[in-house]
Design a protein around this ligand. Sequence first.
Ligand SMILES: Nc1nc2c(ncn2[C@@H]2O[C@H](COP(=O)(O)OP(=O)(O)OP(=O)(O)O)[C@@H](O)[C@H]2O)c(=O)[nH]1
Ligand SMILES: [Mg+2]
Length: 271
Amino acid sequence: MAKQFNIAICGSARVGKSTLVNALCGKEVAKTSSSLCSATDEMKKYVLNRSCQSVNEAASSIEYSITVWDTPGIESWTIDNVQKHFTKIMLESTPLCMIYCASPGSFARLDQLQWLVETCIKSNIFCALVCTNKYSGGNQQRTQVLNDFHSLLTHYHTMTRDEANIKYYGNVALCTSVNSIIYEDIDIGVRKGVEGINELIFGIITSLKDDKLVAWCYTIAENQLFWSTMRDKVVELFNISRPILEELLQKHGKDIARYLIPLIMKAAFKK
Ligand SMILES: Nc1nc2c(ncn2[C@@H]2O[C@H](COP(=O)(O)OP(=O)(O)OP(=O)(O)O)[C@@H](O)[C@H]2O)c(=O)[nH]1
Ligand SMILES: [Mg+2]
C-alpha cells in the first residue's frame, strides 16, 4: 500500500495559491484565474502518485501518494471557516507541510493565521508562510506581510537562519516571498522574472526529514527547472557522491529527479 501524505495550501482569495502550487510542482496541476471571482471555490485536491525503486532491495518498490489540498480562497476567512477546512484535511492524514499564502496588501488575517500556525506546530506540521505575488503591491506592503510573518513565528521559535531571502525558525517554520510567474506592468515598464520558487523548495527540503522529506521531493519531482538549477546544492546537502551521480547522469540522461530522489532517500534514512 502507498504511503499517504498531505500538503495544505491556505490563504485568502486570489492571493496566488493555485499559481504557487503550479510553480512548485513545475506543471499545471491547479486551475488559476485572473478574474475577480474565486477560481477555487471549494476544497480542491491534486493527487500525485509516485513509485520508486527501493535502493536497498532491487526487487521492491515503494509507493508514495501525495495529496495537495488547495483550500478555497475565502473572502473573509472566519476562524470557523479556517478551522473547518483545516480540520478536514487533518482528519484525512496529518499534512507534512502547511503553506500559507498572503500577497502584499491582501487582507491580513493574523488571528486566523495564528490558530493555523499553532495547530500545525503542535501537530509537528512544518509551516511555510509565503508572501505570494510579491510585486503586486509596493515594497512597503510586502515588508509588512513579511514582518507580520516574522513576529508571529518568533512566538513559537527563535529565528535560526536567514539565507537566500528565507528566514528559518528551527525545523518548525520558514517565511519568504516569491514571484511564481513573470510579473509585468506595461504602464510603468516593469517586468520581473520568477523569483524565490527554487529557494523555497530547497528551504523545505532542508527542513524536513525521513518519509516527509521523500514525499516532498516526489511532490516537486517533475519540476525540471528546480532539479537542474539546484542539483549541486542538493548533492552537497545530502553528501551525495559526485562520481555516482555523473555515472547515473550519463546512463539516464536529463531526468535528474528520477535518480537523485533515491539517492536522497538513501542519505536521509542513513542519517
Ligand atoms: N505576476 C504574478 N502573478 C500572479 C502570481 N501569483 C498569482 N498571480 C496572478 O494572480 C491571479 C490569481 O492567482 P490564483 O493563483 O488563481 O490565486 P488563488 O489564491 O488560487 O485564487 P482563488 O483560488 O480564486 O482564491 C492570477 O491572475 C495569477 O496569474 C505571481 O507570483 N506573479
Ligand atoms: Mg486557487
